[in-house]
Every structure is written in structure tokens, then in C-alpha cells.
Design a protein around this ligand. Structure first.
Ligand code: PLP
Length: 448
């Protein structure tokens, strides 16, 4: 493409994106297409000859991209929303346009420096000690997998303790890393859906007695199901006393630490040996962005790889080869978008945005409690998540209401299962959501 053509198409893309952001509330919160229709519109022969780029862009914008969950819609409350921010998008675009690589210091010292800066900013926001290192990866799943590989390389292997509320990507990562199933203890959560400290102590003692070696405790700082935070200070004490690795999955909830209220919930998080957070969830980044924060030096010890042909681009003192901090060699920069958005909005705006989510979930809980004949609050609002049920209705009824609401396009919520019971769940982390959005969504769920 010639320069003028590139400009014309590039500006067209900017217009499409900005137009969409401006119209967001009038869009459906989710739209799922028919497989055959989508295939027909977007498929066709592999093009041997060039097709019109503008028409292809329009096809993407009008057919492919609308058929998805709009994670940044103010009434998208399902699973974990993705309320991305435009300054972050700009960083992402620039990185792609410059074909950024963040693999080795010599091959990308600028992007590597931005990643180091961003990781230290995230460390500060999470309240972890100076000297903690990190790496940006695709998301929480990959960040925890990376952490487990490092923990094993650092302190050896053994039994891992988690709860039935631990996100399923973590036991999956353990399985894929080859931890035998009999070394993965999934403890039944207590009646507040938290890691049960007494059962944990009993399980550790039982393992020691049986000659097994306890190795790692996994705590969650904001469960996906209910926003619950495990008793982190107690877990940290147990890990210190028993000499166990303490991993915390804060993929969803850790950014609440930016707020005064969140810091109370998350007390003890700063004692993790490894902490995962997902900036593509509650730090308003476009997909994908996960972060692992971990003890100094541990990442390189685990992942160091220096084949002959990379010796020319080996980091010296004070430099970092990010290829040696995880499983990706060729890797793009996920730090540019974080750097851009933290500078453009400032931490104060992020803090306010997170406070808004916490307050809106509390508003939802209050609104539900005002109608005690109709609604039951199953779990209280906890860092942005509230679970509830219609009195006298079955799990199937709840699932049907979730589906009907999604089909209407007005809003999207999730059902989930807590202690065997199917309930409704709102996850409210979009600062553009209003109390009206919350109230109308609950009302529609109640009257479907
Ligand atoms: N941990 C928690 C608590 C989550 O909520 C999620 C995703 O929703 C994950 C881990 C997995 O993160 P990702 O989807 O970024 O791999």
C-alpha cells in the first residue's frame, strides 16, 4: 500500500473505533451469530488476487466484530467484563504499527525499558516489596502457569493446596505442568466460600504424616464466582511457618488494592511469593494483558535460554532479556498500553474508576435487599461482584433468565453455581455503568 492509502485506511479505522465508542450504550451488550451465516459472510475462497481493503474493513466492522460479547458495554456484567480505555488502545496500536518486539535487550531495549517501568509501577500499586520482579503475559492462566513453573524450579515440588473456588485455569496449569492429581488438594471452601484454614492445616499435617512434601498454597484475591478474598494473612502465616510457597491469584481482584476499601479486603496480598493480576480485567486494558509479580531472580533462573544464535543479543548488567522471564521468545510489548494509559489518566482516575465498580456492586446489593419478597442476596457485594437469586425459582429458571436477557441484547449477566446451587451473578467493573443500568438489569431479570 502507498503512504496516502495507508493514511486513508488508518484514519478510517480510527473513525470506526471512535464511532463505536461514542455509540456504545445503544449497542447490544452481547450478540451471537449463526455459524453458517457468519461463515458465508466472512469466508469464501482464499483470495489469490487483491480485494478492496475498505470493503474488507467494513465487513470486519459490520459483520465479524459486532458478533461478540461487548465486554466494555456498561451493561455487560457477565463473567469478567473488559472495560478497555482509549489511551491504552493507542499504545497497543502504536506497538503493532511499529512491530514492537520485547524479547531481548539488544533487540528491543526501548520496549524492555517500558516493560520494566510498568512492572515496577504495578508492583507499587499492589504494595509488593521493592526488588520484586515481573513479566507481562497473555493473561491470568499463563501468569499462574509461569508462577508454578518458577516455584517448582526454585523450591522443588510436592503437594499443592487450593480451594474449590480457585479459578479452574490454575488446576489446569498444574495438570499441564505434570503435577500428579494425587498432589493437588482441592479443599472444600467454608460457608463464606473462602479457603478453610482449619482444613488446610489438617491437610498439611496429614501430608507430612503420610510422608508427602507440602509445597505450595494458592490463595485467591477476588474469586471469579463471588469476589471472595481468601484469608490471606492467615495463609501467609501458614506458608511462612510451614516453609511453603504462597501463590496468590489476583487476576480479577488485585487492582482493588488501588482503593482504600480494597486494601482492607486484600490485606496480606503483599506477602505473596508470586502474585498474578490481569490488567485486561480491572485495569482497563484491551486484551491481552496478564502480569506475574515474583521474587527477584527466580524467573531468569527458571526460564534462562541462550542458544548460540542469540548470544549477540544477550543482556548485560542492568539489562533484561524478557525472553528469559517466561515461555515466550518472540513476544510483543504488552507494556506500551499500560504505560500510555497510566500516564494519560493518572492513578487517581484508575482509583476512582475502581471505586465506582465497588460502590455499584454495593448499590446492587442494597437494591436487591429492598425487595426481600422477590430477591435473596446469596453472597454480598465483594469487590465488584454480587450473587443473588429469585425466591421460589429453580436453577433452570435462573439460567433461562440469563439467556433471555442476553438474547434481548439489553444486558449480559452470568449464572454460576455456589455450593451446588445455580444463582445469578453481576460483576460490575465498568466505570461508565450507572445505577440506572444496574437497577434496570435487575428489574428485567426479575420480570423475564
Ligand atoms: N483467575 C481468576 C480469578 C479469573 O477471574 C480468571 C479469568 O476470569 C483467570 C484466573 C484466568 O485469566 P485469563 O482469562 O486472563 O487467562
Amino acid at each position: 500500500l502507498e503512504a496516502e492509502e495507508m493514511r486513508r485506511l488508518g484514519y478510517r479505522v480510527v473513525d470506526m473505533v471512535v464511532d463505536r465508542l461514542a455509540r456504545k450504550t445503544r449497542e447490544a451488550a452481547i450478540l451471537t451469530g449463526q455459524a453458517d451465516q457468519l461463515r458465508q459472510a466472512l469466508g469464501g475462497h482464499l483470495p489469490e488476487q487483491p480485494l478492496n481493503a475498505e470493503e474488507s474493513l467494513a465487513l470486519l466492522a459490520e459483520v465479524a466484530l459486532p458478533h461478540q460479547q461487548r465486554g466494555d458495554h456498561p451493561r455487560y456484567f457477565a463473567r469478567v467484563p473488559g472495560p478497555s480505555s482509549f489511551a491504552a488502545v493507542l499504545g497497543e496500536w502504536l506497538g503493532t504499527g511499529f512491530n514492537t518486539i520485547a524479547a531481548s535487550w539488544a533487540g528491543g531495549s526501548g520496549p524492555a525499558t517500558v516493560e520494566l517501568v510498568v512492572i515496577d509501577w504495578l508492583r507499587q500499586l499492589m504494595g509488593l516489596p521493592e526488588g520484586t520482579e515481573g513479566v507481562l503475559v497473555s493473561g491470568g492462566s499463563m501468569a499462574s502457569l509461569t508462577a508454578f513453573a518458577v516455584a517448582r524450579a526454585t523450591v522443588g515440588t510436592g503437594v499443592v493446596y487450593l480451594s474449590d473456588q480457585t479459578h479452574s485455569s490454575l488446576p489446569r496449569a498444574l495438570k499441564e505442568l505434570g503435577f500428579p492429581p494425587e498432589y493437588i488438594r482441592i479443599l472444600e471452601s467454608d460457608d463464606q466460600l473462602r479457603m478453610p484454614v482449619e482444613s488446610l492445616l489438617a491437610a498439611i499435617a496429614g501430608d507430612r504424616q503420610a510422608g508427602n512434601r507440602p509445597f505450595m498454597v494458592i490463595g485467591t484475591a477476588g474469586t471469579t464466582n463471588a469476589g471472595t478474598v481468601d484469608p490471606l494473612p492467615e495463609l501467609a502465616d501458614i506458608c511462612a511457618r510451614e516453609n511453603l510457597w504462597f501463590h496468590i491469584d489476583g487476576a480479577y481482584g488485585a487492582p482493588a488494592a488501588l482503593t482504600a476499601q480494597g486494601r482492607v479486603y486484600l490485606h496480606g496480598m503483599e506477602r505473596a511469593d508470586s502474585l498474578v493480576l490481569d490488567p485486561h480485567k480491572w485495569l482497563f486494558q484491551p486484551y491481552d494483558a496478564g502480569c506475574l509479580l515474583i521474587r527477584k531472580g527466580a524467573l531468569e533462573q527458571c526460564f534462562n535460554m541462550n542458544p548460540e544464535y542469540l548470544k549477540d543479543v544477550e543482556a548485560g548488567a542492568g539489562e533484561v532479556d524478557f525472553r528469559n522471564r517466561g515461555l515466550e521468545l518472540t513476544r510483543r510489548s504488552r507494556a506500551l498500553k499500560l504505560w500510555m494509559s497510566l500516564r494519560t489518566y493518572g492513578v487517581a482516575r484508575f482509583r476512582e474508576a475502581i471505586e465506582t465498580g465497588i460502590a455499584l456492586a454495593e448499590y446492587a446489593e442494597r437494591y436487591l435487599r429492598q425487595q426481600p419478597d422477590k430477591w435473596e442476596v446469596v453472597t454480598p457485594a465483594q469487590i465488584g461482584v454480587v450473587c443473588f437469586a429469585l425466591k421460589g425459582k429453580t436453577g433452570e429458571d435462573h439460567k433461562q433468565r440469563v439467556q433471555e436477557l442476553a438474547d434481548s441484547g439489553f444486558a449480559c449477566v452470568s449464572s454460576t453455581v455456589l455450593k451446588g446451587r445455580t444463582v445469578l451473578r453481576l460483576c460490575i467493573i465498568n466505570p461508565l455503568t450507572t445505577e440506572d443500568d444496574v437497577r434496570e438489569t435487575i428489574d428485567r431479570l426479575g420480570s423475564c
